[in-house]
Design a protein around this ligand. Structure first.
Ligand code: GDP
Ligand code: GDP
Length: 505
């Protein structure tokens, strides 16, 4: 089927990067950011994250192989740079670009200087990632590392995922042309269009969880389609692709049955968007809804731990193929850390989100009038507090068991799908921009830029490019401020907004 073929296309592999640095500078954290958040999935269970080594990162329609040399080199603070270098040598030889990581919070020391010198001798493009800049106020620390003699320095916080996009852009700029793989359509587009796309990721077999048959999870991760945010802007998607995600027992299967049961099944089941997956496609009031991988939604882990891991892996996989996620929360338990992790994937992948507080019947059953009104505020407040990054997501209270709220869920899905594809014309955007007082963004004087104009470069998710007078990274206060202003003016309900900046000359 032509459609299926398109969706399973893998992005062209353009090169390989090696992450190098002394122990504890944050290599592994950065690696996880680049190839996906496997560490966050499994928390601190030993033995699962340590064998990290290779993975893939996807950015701007291209795929990069990433090797974390921290996985080869022993984690020994006393290790001398020459030894780090020797052990990482094979990986360094393979790499097209080397990313050296330093810890901004420690003084520049001679081992860093030695390591930088050794890396420079390879003659490969070298980028310095100055890590642990958790607060933009600390960005001046970067200057301290200029002595290493590495021209390209990028402030990042691997922990908070800031600066990682900028780092990826610097990396891609330095990938030699010869390394560029087959020229696919995506590849050409990536050059012509703004580079910001999904940092969608896939992990490699080395990452398999130990108590799961490896074939199973590997193929689930590696075969995930690389599609979703890439639809042509003009095309109105005929169907809305929905992932139902959440931790074990929140009611995903029950909700799936409820939602598909109240609509007309078109063909059920239908060939999935991912290999071996089965989607359910239904029609309701003329709109077509595709629920991604319903077999996966119904699958249960054998043990509690396994079920949890599976739920997180499934969430990632399902998000790849979806426009929009229903993030289910169990009303009887409130928002947990795993809920936040799962919701975080949706946000970071640029998918739209609707938060569904399920099992609402259980927390309201004892009320004489049966109405949930009293608790709604408390729950909303809790969700907003624990899932701060989802401040744009609608919250729906529902019961998969009784059917309460399913109409609202469908309404929210349609609204959010529309908002996601909304496009603001450049003229309108700039009329809006004239009234934005950037003085109020609270950006430190030294980091202020003049905002010249702005344009919406893409939909799904809405992506804006801000043209400024200086080629300096956009201070995050601008982003936050501008995002709030954009939402005040244009809403974009349920969808993340991506903002990029470009120097105008
Ligand atoms: P590696 O030994 O170089 O792989 O370093 P890790 O990735 O294991 O990180 C070492 C420590 O630094 C861990 O405790 C991380 O949580 C912490 N860390 C990594 N990145 C950041 C960051 O951006 N900010 C802060 N504050 N801590 C970080
Ligand atoms: P999943 O693991 O997320 O797919 O969760 P299931 O759909 O299997 O549901 C787990 C349990 O919660 C089952 O016993 C369901 O009957 C129950 N359940 C699911 N949704 C609701 C609900 O809205 N209200 C009540 N009372 N029970 C629910």
């Amino acid at each position: 089927m032509a459609r299926k073929k398109k969706e399973t296309v893998t992005l062209p592999l353009v090169g390989m990067i090696a992450i190098v640095g002394r122990p504890n500078v944050g290599k592994s954290t950065l690696f996880n950011r680049l190839v996906g958040q496997r560490r966050a999935i499994v928390g601190d269970e030993p033995g699962i994250t340590r064998d990290r080594l290779y993975g893939y990162s996807e950015w701007a329609g291209k795929r990069l192989r990433v090797v974390d040399t921290g996985g080869i080199v022993p984690d020994d603070e006393a290790l001398i740079p020459a030894e780090i270098f020797r052990q990482a040598k094979v990986a360094l030889e393979e790499a097209d670009v080397i990313v050296m990581v330093v810890d901004a919070r420690t003084e520049l020391a001679s081992p860093d200087i030695d390591l930088a010198r050794l890396l420079q001798r390879t003659g490969k493009p070298l980028i310095l990632a100055v890590n642990k800049i958790d607060d933009p106020k600390l960005e001046s620390y970067v200057e301290d590392f200029r002595r290493l003699g590495i021209r390209t320095m990028v402030p990042i916080s691997a922990e908070h995922s800031t600066g990682v996009a900028e780092l990826l852009e610097e990396i891609l700029e330095r990938i030699p042309e010869k390394a560029a793989g087959d020229k696919t359509v995506e590849d050409k587009n990536a050059g012509a269009r703004p580079a910001l796309r999904n940092a969608k990721t896939a992990a490699e077999p080395a990452d398999t969880f130990d108590d799961q048959p490896s074939v199973d999870l590997d193929s689930e991760i590696d075969d995930a389609p690389h599609e979703g945010a890439e639809q042509p802007d003009s095309e109105l998607t005929p169907e809305i692709k929905i992932a139902i995600i959440g931790r074990p027992n929140v009611g995903k299967s029950t909700m799936l049955n409820r939602l598909t049961g109240t609509a007309r099944a078109i063909v059920s089941p239908i060939a999935g968007t991912t290999r071996d997956a089965v989607d359910e496609v239904v029609e309701r009031d003329g709109q077509i809804f595709r629920f991604i991988d319903t077999a996966g939604i119904r699958r249960k882990g054998k043990t509690r731990l396994m079920a949890e891991k599976l739920s997180v892996v499934m969430a990632r996989k399902h998000l790849e193929a979806a426009d929009l996620a229903l993030v289910l929360i169990d009303a009887t338990e409130g928002v947990t850390a795993i809920d936040a992790t799962i919701a975080g994937y949706a946000h970071e992948a640029g998918r739209s989100v609707i938060v569904v507080i399920n099992k609402w019947d259980l927390v309201t059953i004892n009320r004489a009038d049966g109405k949930p009104a009293a608790k709604v505020d408390i729950f909303e407040e809790q969700v907003r507090r624990h899932l701060k990054f989802l401040n744009y997501a609608p919250i729906v209270f529902a019961s998969a068991e009784t059917g309460y709220g399913s109409g609202k869920i469908y309404e929210a899905i349609e609204l959010v799908a529309r908002e996601r594809r909304k496009r603001i014309a450049t003229g309108e955007m700039n009329r809006f921009l004239k009234h934005v007082d950037f003085e109020r963004a609270g950006v430190p004087y030294s980091q202020r830029v003049r905002i010249l104009y702005m344009t919406q470069a893409a939909v799904s998710p809405p992506t804006f490019i801000l043209f400024t007078d200086r080629a300096t990274p956009l201070h995050f206060s601008y982003r936050r401020f501008l995002e709030n202003q954009i939402r005040d003016a244009f809403q974009f309900v349920g969808t993340p907004i991506w903002i990029k900046s470009r120097a105008r000359n």
